[in-house]
Design a protein around this ligand. Structure first.
Ligand SMILES: Nc1ncnc2c1ncn2[C@@H]1O[C@H](COP(=O)(O)OP(=O)(O)O)[C@@H](O)[C@H]1O
Ligand SMILES: [Mg+2]
Length: 145
């Protein structure tokens, strides 16, 4: 199933993430695609709010994976710098352990960079720029199992 949304500010994108969080279960994998500045991390902040995460969900670009405590633990992976890395390097970066976690909600920014190593996510979020500065088109695709 696929739903399409248009947001006109950052708060609306966060609200969309918070709404999605109500459907999430431990072990769920969610991918977030879209160009730099699209709003992937913003969407994650909404999911984090919905999972009652107290810490700030900033982009983990420099530490790759961040874990947050919440109603369900939240794992946030940014795969931006993993492009063209071999399986060993990706595993050593913690991605395999990340994927094995069945107790946490797992969100991945830049999933296409490690596409060969990823199972089908429960939800794929695709964000793109709209016609105006603060507009974003957001698709939420629920994958069949
Ligand atoms: N509708 C919107 N939704 C999300 N972010 C928006 C929106 N309009 C403007 N922005 C801005 O776009 C940027 C999105 O940043 P971020 O979420 O870090 O993107 P990404 O993680 O995709 O690189 C922020 O600076 C935010 O203020
Ligand atoms: Mg980001």
């Amino acid at each position: 199933m696929k739903t399409q949304h248009l947001t006109t500010n950052q708060d609306e994108t966060r609200a969309l993430g918070e709404t999605l969080s109500r459907q999430l279960q431990p072990g769920d994998l969610i991918t977030l695609s879209g160009p730099l500045g699209a709003g992937k991390t913003t969407f994650v902040q909404g999911v984090a709010r919905g999972l009652e995460v107290a810490t700030d969900a900033t982009s983990p670009t420099f530490v790759l994976i961040i874990e947050h405590e919440g109603r369900i633990p939240l794992l946030h992976l940014d795969a931006y710098r993993l492009e063209n890395k071999c399986f060993d390097a990706i595993r050593d970066a913690g991605v395999t352990d990340f994927l094995d976690r069945t107790d946490a909600v797992k969100l991945i920014e830049w999933p296409e960079r490690i596409a060969d190593f990823l199972p089908t996510p429960r939800f794929a979020i695709v964000i793109d720029y709209g016609d105006n500065d603060n507009e974003r088109r957001i698709e939420i695709i629920e994958k069949e199992n």
